[in-house]
Design a protein around this ligand. Structure first.
Ligand SMILES: Nc1ncnc2c1ncn2[C@@H]1O[C@H](COP(=O)(O)OP(=O)(O)OP(=O)(O)O)[C@@H](O)[C@H]1O
Length: 253
């Protein structure tokens, strides 16, 4: 594949106080693909994911070296506005976290913060975002009911719609289906496969089945190191490294 990366992670290291959680990670992420981060608990998957939209900056003990190049700029440059960055690089968390408002108000939240008031604009964004998140048909008649009344899987798709409403390019997903039952998880996976046409997705997952089902590329991490990063089929069928093979075979982790 010869397309240009949308993100270039170069020699990224991250410490929590004295503990090194990421060790000189370098990897390119490609547009309109799903990239999976896998590896045993504590290997640094979430830390790497959160480094891509500077969520780790919120933790005072964190120090970071290296760079993440997005649109030809290092996102760690002091000129970058993290609020704008997090609109372009949105995030969906493990536990669905709708606000205690209506479904409609959840989706338009980011637009209201930006001062958008035009009802026709807001209505259109709500419909388009909920359609793209694969949940419009289920909620179109109850848009003004509380999002908290929905099932976990529906809440997670409303949270995806909330991210989509501010028009991101990249969506980071930290174990987005691990708190859901298998049917709801399947709906969220279908949504991700649809979204890949228009967005770039990075997902942290503990499920190797999920990574092999939906991702285009897979990165295997161990103890803060990126051990192997390649096409998903290669990682699962013919990995280069012994550690990758052992993990895939369930020999540790
Ligand atoms: N806020 C924090 N303060 C201190 N150490 C942290 C913090 N967050 C993570 N760590 C440490 O950094 C390392 C990497 O953690 P991280 O959560 O990124 O791993 P992970 O691969 O996502 O794990 P899991 O699969 O269990 O979620 C771990 O040793 C963890 O204890």
């Amino acid at each position: 594949m010869t397309k240009e990366p949308i993100l270039k992670i170069n020699d990224l290291s991250l410490y929590y106080a004295k503990k090194k959680a990421l060790n000189e990670i370098s990897m390119d992420v490609y547009p309109n693909e799903i990239t999976a981060l896998i590896g045993p608990s504590g290997c640094g998957k979430s830390t790497l994911l959160r480094s891509i939209n500077r969520m780790n900056d919120l933790i005072p003990i964190v120090s970071i070296t290296g760079e993440v190049i997005y649109k030809e700029k290092n996102i760690y440059s002091s000129k970058v506005d993290t609020v704008d960055l997090r609109k372009e690089i949105g995030m969906v968390f493990q536990q669905p976290n709708p606000f205690p408002f209506s479904i409609y108000e959840n989706v338009v939240y980011g637009l209201r913060l930006k001062g958008v008031k035009d009802k026709a604009v807001l209505d259109e964004v709500v419909e388009n975002s909920l359609k793209a998140a694969n949940i419009w048909d289920e909620v179109k008649d109850i848009l003004h009911s509380s999002a908290l009344g929905l099932s976990g899987g529906q809440q997670q798709r409303v949270c995806i719609a909330r991210v989509l409403a501010v028009n991101p390019e990249i969506i980071l997903m930290d174990e987005p289906t691990s708190a859901l039952d298998p049917i709801s998880a399947g709906r969220v996976e279908e949504t991700m496969l649809e979204l890949r046409k228009d967005y770039t997705i990075l997902i942290v997952t503990h499920s190797m089945q999920q990574a092999s089902r939906i991702s285009d590329r897979t990165a295997f991490m161990l103890n803060g190191d990126l051990i192997e990063y390649a096409n998903t089929k290669k990682i699962f069928l013919n990995p280069d490294k012994k550690e990758t093979e052992d993990y895939i075979a369930g020999r540790f982790g």
